[in-house]
Design a protein around this ligand. Structure first.
Ligand SMILES: [Cu+2]
Length: 168
């Protein structure tokens, strides 16, 4: 019974609030008016309700802004790529009638050949993969074979000048 009365009172107060056109009216719920539509209880007498103030702030617009901008944007703009750096050009040095050869070179890599002797040598692969003349004091470039393996080479002008190029 009490619940029903309270329901009716709430209806009346809501109607009153809407009739006022605003919800921020701090005035009392004004029990008397608009009894025409609230038919079930002709005399509401809202004094019996424990909470006559209908809480004029019904704003259900609880938008707590749940967007904390979760965009981490992990776009690491790496401009300096850690490339393997083919930098160190392998060098074959000819000095005192001997070849000084790197332990290994990459397949197809360019190899610098430097003749530190005071006379002409050649660097000639046994299988013909390369064959270049190296004048005294000169530096030239040969290209390593594209297939990994070991390549014997020698100087055509001086017997006994030979070495092995390892292509990895
Ligand atoms: Cu030679």
């Amino acid at each position: 019974m009490a619940a029903r009365i309270r329901h009716a009172v709430l209806a009346v107060t809501v109607l009153a609030a809407s009739a006022c056109g605003g919800t921020a009216e701090p005035a009392a719920p004004s029990p008397s008016p608009t009894t025409a539509t609230a038919s079930p209880t002709p005399s509401p007498t809202p004094s019996s309700t424990p909470s006559p103030t209908p809480s004029p702030t019904p704003s259900p617009t609880a938008s707590p802004t749940p967007s904390p901008t979760p965009s981490p944007t992990p776009i690491a703009v790496e401009t300096s790529e850690p490339q393997p750096a083919p930098a160190a050009t392998p060098i074959i040095t000819i000095d005192d009638f001997a070849f000084d050869v790197p332990a290994t070179v990459d397949a197809g890599a360019e190899i610098e050949v430097r003749n530190d002797d005071s006379l002409l040598h050649t660097i000639t692969a046994t299988d013909g993969a390369f064959d270049e003349q190296a004048p005294r004091g000169a530096t030239l470039t040969i290209t390593a074979p594209s297939a990994p393996g070991t390549y014997d080479f020698f100087c055509q002008l001086h017997s006994g000048m030979s070495a092995v190029l390892t292509v990895g």
